[in-house]
Design a protein around this ligand. Sequence first.
Ligand code: ADP
Length: 163
Amino acid sequence: MFKAVFPGSFDPPTLGHLNIIERACDIFEEIVVVVAENRQKRYLFSAQERLEIMEGMLKHKKNVHCRIWDSLIVDYMKQEGIQVLIRGIRGMEDFSYEFELSMMNKALHPGIETFFMTTDPRYIVLRSSSIKELASFRGDVSLMVPPIVVEALKAKFPPEGNN
Ligand code: ADP
């Protein structure tokens, strides 16, 4: 009853994701961060890298666990007997997409409840795809992602002249 999942690509995780997880940790007994491995998607970071980054940035939270899942999130929830699925909302665009997704998940597994958490206004414009683009041009992302992600992005996009 008091467990929840927070699924996503997290390619890479941002301060927006971290904020949602930290707030959810104060409400639920246990949060499972589920890192998606979708073979049809192209990721910058492998599932294992995204998992390790997530674990690294959540060391201070004792009631969070991270795992990789390569199938439907509802199947993971059924298998583990978890009823609550958390999604973050930055605005109406996220909401209309997430609303449809929640209806689809409900059709697949009526027992599931989606909880929407609105973003902290500080993180409203943070989006993994824009952060990757910025990092690819060697822009400063240190106010957008945790330090462990800054380092991981630097390793993917070494300073000009080093590659
Ligand atoms: P997905 O590919 O599943 O959408 P993301 O990693 O992009 O995975 O996002 C995972 C969840 O986090 C989604 O619910 C998304 O709306 C939410 N999210 C992403 N960025 C933010 C942010 N800056 N603030 C709050 N929620 C966010």
